[in-house]
Design a protein around this ligand. Structure first.
Ligand SMILES: Cc1cc2nc3c(=O)[nH]c(=O)nc-3n(C[C@H](O)[C@H](O)[C@H](O)COP(=O)(O)OP(=O)(O)OC[C@H]3O[C@@H](n4cnc5c(N)ncnc54)[C@H](O)[C@@H]3O)c2cc1C
Length: 416
């Protein structure tokens, strides 16, 4: 291990690990610092949550070598880790179905894909440790940062020992409570939704057949995502004051409560797995860049999961930053060059602003105050977010691929 790098990434969660794999192809020394023990147990971020991923995200994960392993059926007899979303059905508790958007009607195989974060973590565990050009330092917690004119000094606790690592460019991918963001004094704005997402996998009586459901209920949105082994991933957003009692319910009571909100479109909900909860907040920054540093993923923008956009947005950060840094590597430029970092920030700003605004609109629509029409419109928009190909002539504007885009972003372009 060297203590001088071209690029240091703080955090090997969903976004940091993806970025490390994307940068591994450059002729640079890259280090990833992850505070959790990684080799035996993946960081907490690789948990049971089911992630709805867009077609563009599939392309990005494929380009960095993570998708194929997810699609391949493992030898141990378990099912492959990817479930295509064939349709999105939006319904209102106590009312008729509002809207259904199907991939087939639009000549697509899928509107998007559902992947379990844990399965993605398994692929990262197979790929990142030992990846040429990348040092993965685990049980390594970033504690302080001193940016300078020529490099950034990153102070960390590596297996309990005080260590200093120097780098030309520091990338903070350390999540919503980012220490990197705080140490760099990047100002942020946080809004607490007073909602908590409770997730669990359930097995319904009727096979989901690739159908995803978004359900508007009086206590917040409930999503039912098609998943492997006939299961569905439930994301139930409730008021924070109710979360504790929902988590404390017996499995039987929990299934009955979900059934009461979801109805019987998939028959009786029969089995439920482990439950987990996530307090929901929105976090934005005026600018993700500082001297020789940039923050990406949840560290730069945390959004409500109602529109299933958080990781999709973070992957677009990965694709854009990789494009910028590839240009720097090819021309022998300094990775931490301020002009290039600012160009990255300018490039990402419209996509981030649009996605944050869109997600906030969804939260309001799903709170019923907008009424069914706006809700249905939002549901249509949700499908468009997942599958920008539905926009026909506007396809390339979807998912932030419109406007100015450097050529290598083609690798992340949705298929048309
Ligand atoms: C219930 C729920 C459902 C969701 N569903 C979807 C969905 O369907 N589709 C979608 O696109 N997105 C979804 N998301 C959003 C998605 O989970 C996040 O956008 C994504 O996890 C962000 O990844 P990240 O790598 O930026 O941050 P994180 O996943 O939080 O990773 C941060 C990493 O940094 C490490 N770290 C933290 N501090 C330090 C430090 N000081 N030093 C070193 N390492 C550190 C942590 O251990 C962690 O490994 C959902 C979120 C929730 C809560």
């Amino acid at each position: 291990m060297s203590d001088r790098y071209d690029v240091v990434i703080a955090g090997a969660g969903l976004v940091g690990a993806s970025l490390a794999l994307a940068l591994a192809r450059l002729d640079w020394r890259v280090a990833v610092l992850e505070r959790a023990p990684f080799r035996e147990v993946a960081p907490p971020t690789y948990d049971d949550r089911t992630l709805a991923l867009s077609l563009a995200s599939r392309n990005i994960l494929s380009a960095i070598g993570l998708w194929e392993g997810l699609e391949t059926r493992p030898d141990d007899g378990s099912t492959a880790g990817v479930t295509p979303i064939r349709s999105v059905q939006v319904t209102q508790k106590g009312g008729p179905g509002l809207v259904t958007i199907s991939a087939q009607d639009h000549g697509l195989d899928a509107l998007g894909y559902v992947v379990q974060a844990r399965r993605l973590g398994e692929q990262v565990l197979k790929t990142l440790p030992g990846c040429p050009g990348v040092d993965l330092l685990v049980t390594c917690e970033v504690t302080d940062i001193q940016p300078g004119a020529d490099d950034v000094r990153v102070s960390c606790q590596l297996a309990g020992e005080d260590t200093v690592i120097e780098t030309k460019l520091l990338i903070g991918a350390d999540g919503t409570a980012s220490r990197v963001r705080e140490a760099l004094k990047i100002s942020s704005e946080r809004y607490d939704y007073d909602q908590t997402a409770i997730i669990a996998n359930v097995t319904p009586q009727v096979h989901h057949d690739g159908r995803a459901f978004e359900r508007m209920t009086d206590t917040g949105p409930l999503a039912m995502l098609p998943h492997v082994e006939e299961r569905c991933g439930v994301v139930w957003c409730c008021r924070t004051s109710e979360a504790e009692s929902i988590l404390a319910m017996s499995d039987r009571d929990f299934l009955a409560a979900v059934q009461e909100r979801f109805g019987y479109r998939l028959g009786l909900l029969q089995r439920v797995g482990v439950r987990a909860s996530y307090p929901l907040a929105r976090l934005t920054v005026a600018s993700p860049v500082a001297q020789r540093s940039v923050i990406v993923g949840n560290a730069a923008h945390t959004i409500h999961p109602v529109a299933a956009q958080g990781f999709n947005l973070g992957l677009r950060d990965v694709a854009a930053l990789t494009e910028m840094l590839t240009q720097a590597a090819e021309t022998g430029d300094d990775p931490g060059d301020a002009t290039r970092l600012q160009a990255y920030a300018d490039w990402r700003e419209p996509d981030v602003s649009r996605t944050v605004a869109f997600t906030d609109g969804m939260v309001r629509a799903f709170s019923q105050s907008f009424g069914p029409v706006a809700f249905a419109r939002s549901a249509g928009l949700l499908a468009l977010q997942l599958a920008p190909g539905l926009r026909g002539a506007l396809a390339h504007r979807g998912m932030g691929f419109g406007g100015q885009r450097p050529p290598a972003m083609a690798l992340a372009e949705p298929a048309r």
